[in-house]
Design a protein around this ligand. Structure first.
Ligand code: SF4
Length: 433
């Protein structure tokens, strides 16, 4: 039973970073809608292992199908898109990001801001750990008939990046990816321009890490999962290597620093958490179709998420990686190797264990999403191993990314409440010991 409520009276002031992000996204989709009239090229690519700095060096505009899918989920459009894709024979078991994207395409390819997305001039497939990425772009190639540049990134099965892994990726950048980008854009590769974008990325990355690590404080000034997905947005999508990206993360950092200074908790859709009661780590992506409702189930109980693995799908900056302008192609290779989807199970467990300890978490929760095998496989094993290693209790809930048929609110709420009661009982037992 909930005893502490978020304060619904204190209206949330839109912070400058939120406004900036909104403007940046709107400007990006505007640029996309008129890209071809203005002679700009468009490249579709994925979030994990995205080569944004390289694309920026060629002045192309990126489109990320996963971002479109999750935006469709948040705007309650994904259900129709998924049904549409299923009419074309895509089975119920296929990743719902894929079906949402295909359905959106079949219904006119209208992007999140209501403007039509341009067709791709190139599909840039950085293959980082998830087989579905390949199948997804095979489907898009059939639809658009455009060229594909494939970058094969070796799986980090034992958690170590070897020099030969990096050589293998750099060679593909030199012989496959860069020539294809040169062919599509008619521009020569400019290494100095790439270095400049990498320099800008590293500055923004420093600020993002500072923000994520602010959750080590008690109380945490951020929610590193539900709030975190907004914080990683510009970094994981199209704004690395841009002055706008640098400005966004500078603004975000100063807002979080202010909250920290005042001892305030995270900004919520309604009010603030007055007393942080539970500090949790979450593994797995969020549900997007009922995102607000899902978040509310936690903040109504004054539970704050202090670290999450989902906010690492586009790079593990908090483990020290920074894009390095001194080694322009090697740094891109290293980045691709280190994305969360490219990590083996033992490395994922170690990472979560560190988060639980470093962020002084009371427990961890796994949100097992039905359609993403890349995340879900092995999660029950992770649960057991983490409980053994850390001694804190784990919780398990199930939902989906963007398929509204797989979000059972009552069921999930029940599980969260019982899980938090378990933490209470544990505290009581410990205080009596
Ligand atoms: S299965 Fe998971 S990682 Fe792969 S494309 Fe779908 S959501 Fe992304």
């Amino acid at each position: 039973m909930s005893t502490v409520k978020a304060n619904p009276v204190a209206a949330v002031q839109k912070e400058r970073s939120m406004e900036l992000q909104k403007q940046m996204i709107a400007a990006h989709y505007d640029a996309l809608s008129e890209a071809h009239e203005r002679g700009r090229k468009v490249v579709y690519t994925f979030v994990p292992g995205n080569l944004t700095e390289l694309m920026r060096a060629f002045e192309v505009l990126p489109v990320l199908p996963e971002i479109n899918a999750l935006q469709s989920g948040m705007r309650k459009l994904s259900g129709d898109y998924i049904t549409e894709a299923e009419k074309y024979g895509h089975s119920e078991d296929v990743c719902t990001y894929v079906k949402c994207d295909i359905g959106m395409l079949k219904k006119g390819n209208i992007g999140p801001t209501g403007k039509k997305l341009p067709n791709p001039d190139l599909l840039l497939l950085s293959y980082t750990g998830c087989f579905t990425f390949m199948k997804w772009f095979e489907l898009l190639r059939q639809e658009y008939g455009c060229p594909v540049a494939m970058l094969h990134v070796p799986y980090q099965s034992d958690g170590v990046i070897q020099p030969h892994h990096l050589d293998y990726i750099v060679k593909q950048l030199q012989t496959e990816v860069i020539p294809k980008l040169e062919g599509v854009t008619g521009r020569r590769f400019d290494q100095e321009r790439l270095r400049e974008t990498l320099r800008l990325s590293a500055r923004a990355e420093d600020d993002l890490v500072w923000v994520l690590e602010s959750a080590k404080n008690i109380p945490s000034p951020i929610d590193a999962y539900f709030g975190g997905v907004y914080y990683i947005g510009p970094m994981f999508s199209t704004f690395r290597g841009t002055p706008e990206g640098v400005e966004y993360y500078r603004a975000l950092r100063s807002e979080v620093a202010e909250r920290l200074h005042l001892g305030l908790g995270p900004v919520l859709p309604e009010g603030r958490i007055e007393h942080e009661r539970y500090r949790l780590v979450i593994e797995g992506p969020p549900n997007w179709t009922s995102f607000r409702e899902f978040w509310k189930m936690f903040y109504e109980e004054s539970a704050v998420i202090v670290a999450s693995t989902y906010t690492k799908v586009g790079g593990l900056y908090d483990r020290g990686f920074r894009h390095d302008p001194a080694r322009p192609l090697e740094t891109l290779a290293e980045y691709c190797m280190g994305c969360y989807t490219n990590l083996g199970l033992p490395t994922r467990v170690r990472l979560l264990e560190q988060y639980i300890r470093d962020y002084r978490a009371d427990g961890f929760m796994i949100n097992s999403v039905k359609s993403c095998n890349s995340f879900s496989v092995g999660q029950l094993l992770m649960l057991r191993q983490l409980e053994e290693r850390t001694g804190v209790p784990g919780g398990f809930i199930e939902s989906d990314l963007v398929d509204p048929r797989y979000f059972s609110a009552a069921n999930i709420k029940n599980r969260i409440e019982s899980y938090l009661q378990m933490i209470d009982q544990r505290r009581e037992t410990q205080s009596q010991a």
